[in-house]
Structure formats: C-alpha cells, structure tokens
Design a binder for this molecule. Structure first.
Ligand code: SER
Length: 320
C-alpha cells in the first residue's frame, strides 16, 4: 500500500494533485503538508499538517512516523520572485531538495520521489525552437540555476544511492483553483482572471512573447503517469522535457474574445520579459512521449472554455 507525502499541498500544483492522488490511493493515504494553510477540500478530505521541508529533523520524523513510501516535493520560489531575493531563493530551493534526497536515501520505505524541474533550466544559448532533451543549458535566473543544479543532484542520487527520483521540466501551468505566485509564466493565468473581473489586462510580457504552457489537468496526468511507470521503461533519471502548447498573450487574448468581445489588453513589459526571452518557445518532448505513451489533451479553446467558466463560478460564489 502506498502512503504519499505531498510537500507544498497548498500551492498551484499541490492543491489539485493532492485531490487526484487521494482519489487514486485513498484519502487517508495521502498526507498533505505545507508551511501555509490549505484550501478547505484538502483539509476536510484527508490528513493535512503544517510542515516545513527546511526542517530536516521534523521531516524525517514525519516520514518515518507515517510510513511514507512516496514523496512529491512541490515547494519552490518561482523565477520572478527568486530574482528579488536570489540568495534566499537559492537556499530555499536547494536546501529543501537536499533534505528530500537525504530522507529518500536514509529511509528504506521511501521508494519514489517526484520533484518538478522547469523550462527555466534553459538559457540564452539554448536552441529556442523544439528545444531538445539534451542541449546547451546556461540558465540566467537563480530559479533556473537552482533547477538545473537540482536535476544534476537528482541524477547523482539515482546513480550513487539508487534513489528513484522522477522529474518533469514543466512549462507554465494554467489552472483556476490556486493561482501561481511570482513566475514568469503567470500572465497566462492572470489574463483569464482579469478578463473575467475587469475585461482588461496589462501583460508584463509583450504581445508576441511565445512561451510553452500546459493545462493543469494535463500536467497532473503526466506527473502521475510518470510516477506509476515501471522503472525500467524510463530513459531519463533527471528530468524529462514535456510539452503542451505554445502561447503568447496576443493568442490568449484573441481566444478570450469569444467570451468577452470587449476584452482589451495592453503591454507593459517588466524584468520578466528578459527572463522569457531566454526560455524556449517550443520544447521537444519525444522521449517522454515515447517512454510514457503520454500526450496532452487540452488545446487553447478547451483551456479558455474551462478557465472562463470556472473563474465566473468562483466569482459568483464569492459574491453570495
Ligand atoms: N512557471 C515557472 C515560472 O514562471 C516556470 O517553471 O517561474
């Protein structure tokens, strides 16, 4: 029987992945944790506890006490926020991963770990179209540097200690339940919220800045498929490229006009434009598709349909 620990269960990915894993593995077997409070459905339907992944002693006690067999470590400082406090972000992103890797090495019951990497591992010298799995990687952000170092550490622990750690280089994730915070791809979520609330959005990247994106349902499906795959079918033991669709603010704005014809968008690029300009515009994920048999289901019109509908519902509920 699997007993799963989620670190970062209150965040954009964790707040949805936790519910899906509870459906699959039983509510009582998925332990949601975070340094901040969680949404009501996370707390009501299964165990939730405040836990700081930076506290290594508390972490290892938790893992042993609850007989944890799988860990999903989702907590991180994203790219935009990390640029504001680089040293602190490096410390949080790296030390938390090292704590998890050490626990997975020391506690025999822990069989698998998931840790997200990102398209931020690439940099200005990387080919930006159909970025290959193995390529030049010179990230220029502290977030990207921490993810690239993290990937190398994951492979090191796999090769040296046999820790079965799996990872995906997520693109920007689009979702409606919990908003992301401080990322360079956040515009692809903000645009929908602002369109519904104000019919207006000011984008922090230019109209034609194309970035790899993915709908949360696809990201969750990919993540769970990766974790459930037999170890022998995996050819990458650091992080797989994964691709959904490639979007610019102008493309999303145009699609939103199907629902809100008088939606308007203006562009006021900030420091995140420079980050976006060093990231891929499309990613080659053929290794992941081959090894896992995975493909995304959500195209832009599907995403817009769900986002507008769910955000409208959310706003109606908050008004009643
Ligand atoms: N969504 C992340 C960010 O923008 C990239 O992984 O920081």
């Amino acid at each position: 029987m699997e007993r799963i620990l989620i670190i970062g269960a209150s965040g954009q990915i964790g707040s949805e992945l936790t519910l899906k894993l509870r459906e699959l593995y039983g509510h009582e077997n998925v332990f949601a944790t975070d340094v901040k409070d969680a949404p009501p459905d996370i707390k009501e339907k299964g165990p939730f506890q405040l836990l700081d992944v930076m506290d290594d002693k508390h972490l290892i006690h938790f893992v042993i006490r609850h007989k944890i067999t799988q860990i999903y470590h989702l907590a991180a400082v994203l790219s935009g926020n990390a640029e504001k406090l680089p040293v602190q972000a490096w410390h949080i992103n790296m030390d938390s991963l090292m704590n998890i890797l050490e626990v997975a090495k020391l506690v025999e019951e822990v069989k698998k770990v998931f840790w997200p990497s990102s398209i931020a591992v690439f940099g200005a010298t990387t080919p930006r179209q159909m970025t290959p799995q193995i390529t030049l990687m010179e990230p220029s952000t502290v977030y990207g540097v921490s993810k690239l170092a993290g990937e190398r550490w994951c492979e090191y622990y796999y090769k040296r200690y046999g820790v079965d750690i799996r990872s995906l280089r997520y693109p920007g994730l689009i979702s409606h339940k919990t908003e992301p915070g401080g990322g360079t791809t956040d515009w692809a979520v903000e645009i929908y919220y602002e369109a519904v609330k104000k019919k207006q959005y000011t984008s922090f990247v230019n109209a034609d800045t194309i970035m790899p994106m993915m709908f949360m349902d696809d990201a969750i499906k990919a993540t769970i498929s990766l974790m459930e795959a037999g170890r022998s079918s995996l050819t990458t033991h650091s992080a797989y490229n994964i691709s959904g669709l490639n979007l610019s603010p102008a493309m999303v704005a145009e699609d939103i006009k199907r629902y809100i014809p008088d939606f308007s968008i203006e562009y006021l690029p900030d420091f995140r434009q420079h980050i976006a300009d060093t990231w891929p515009q499309s990613v080659d994920d053929s290794d992941f598709r081959h090894d896992i048999g995975w493909q995304p289901a959500f195209a832009l019109p599907d995403i817009t349909d769900v986002m507008i509908d769910e955000i409208r519902k959310k706003i109606r509920t908050s008004l009643t």
